[in-house]
Design a binder for this molecule. Structure first.
Ligand code: CP
Ligand code: NVA
Length: 305
């Protein structure tokens, strides 16, 4: 079987392909397909961590494209008893046409892609969440148009997988990214330097005054699924809560974004997430459209639609 294309990270995908995937996502959202490009194809979803949005949007998206889906929990397959992730990829490639994995350390994603002979999609690792940020960029484009020169502000945990994918996107879409976080939870230096070398305009500071005039304000949970230091995180991240006062610092038209699930009263207050600037439900919906486009791109079908 010929391997098509993996979607492992935004920074590991050609810039032109990122734009092509997003163009297709917008198109798929506007007009339902008259044909079934994934007819006869099967997608396997492997989850080593919980999920609501990723699971349902991939399952529904693949079915809408005419394909089939099998969803596997890491604990219930032999992966949980020590079969290597590469061997799991080798075997599943004999049955299915595309694989998606949500896992812990990103080396497991890369090992799966090494072993698999079919495309592999990153459905979140400890280090990144590219499918989420493709949907986020799509949502921001719907609301604000071209993101070039826009001011994007990230509040809270600076060592966060969703933020890392926003950092990967920064040089591609040419927005400025201002990370506001405590010194204890800053982005990985290696990632910051690499993205800055690629032309990303990213600043890191602990001062919420840097949220001034933001076009987009983003946050995520303080304790990600792979974090164990919950008490320390709650204490150090509390000053970075997105509340009405913080949103007042941003531009009046600013969007509030969050990948969800949200922890109301922690990283964001009810009035902000339920307020008129919040686009979190559109973000969630756009997981469906963005991932349908990613699936088609992985199978080399972007021109067929
Ligand atoms: N945002 C996101 O990936 O949600 P789930 O964890 O529910 O999949
Ligand atoms: N940073 C969060 C994202 C959840 C979608 C986590 O990894 O738990």
């Amino acid at each position: 079987m010929t391997k098509q294309q993996d979607f492992l990270d935004i920074d590991k995908t050609d810039t032109q392909d990122i734009h092509a995937i997003l163009a297709l996502a917008h198109k798929l959202k506007k007009a339902p397909l008259a044909h079934r490009p994934m007819e006869g194809k099967t997608l396997a979803l492997i989850f080593e961590k919980p999920s609501t949005r990723t699971r349902v949007s991939f399952e529904v998206g693949m079915r809408q494209l005419g394909g089939h889906v099998t969803t596997l929990s890491g604990a219930e397959i032999q992966l949980g008893r020590g079969e290597t992730v590469a061997d799991t990829g080798r075997v599943l490639s004999r049955f299915v046409d595309i694989l998606m994995i949500r896992t812990f350390a990103e080396h497991k994603l890369f090992e799966l892609a090494e072993g698999a002979s079919v495309p592999v999609i990153n459905g979140l690792t400890d280090q990144s969440h590219p499918c989420q940020v493709m949907a986020d960029i799509m949502t921001a484009q719907e609301k604000l148009g071209d993101l070039k020169g826009k001011k994007v502000v990230w509040l809270g945990d600076g060592d966060n997988n969703v933020l890392a994918s926003w950092m990967h996107a920064a040089p591609i879409f040419d927005f400025t990214l201002h990370v506001i976080c405590p010194p204890e939870f800053v982005p990985p230096v290696k990632l910051l330097v690499l993205m800055q070398k690629r032309g990303a305009k990213i600043t890191v500071s602990a001062d919420i005054a840097h949220a001034e005039d933001a076009d987009i304000v983003i946050t995520d949970c303080w304790v990600s699924m792979h974090n164990s230091d919950a008490a320390v995180r709650h204490q150090l991240l509390a000053p970075y809560q997105v509340d009405a006062a913080l949103m007042k610092r941003a531009a009046p038209h600013a969007l509030f974004m969050h990948c969800l699930p949200a922890h109301r009263g922690e990283e964001v207050t009810d009035d902000v997430i339920d307020g008129s600037q919040s686009v979190v439900w559109d973000e969630a919906e756009n997981r469906l459209h963005a991932q349908k486009a990613i699936l088609c791109w992985c199978m080399g079908m972007t021109d067929l639609i």
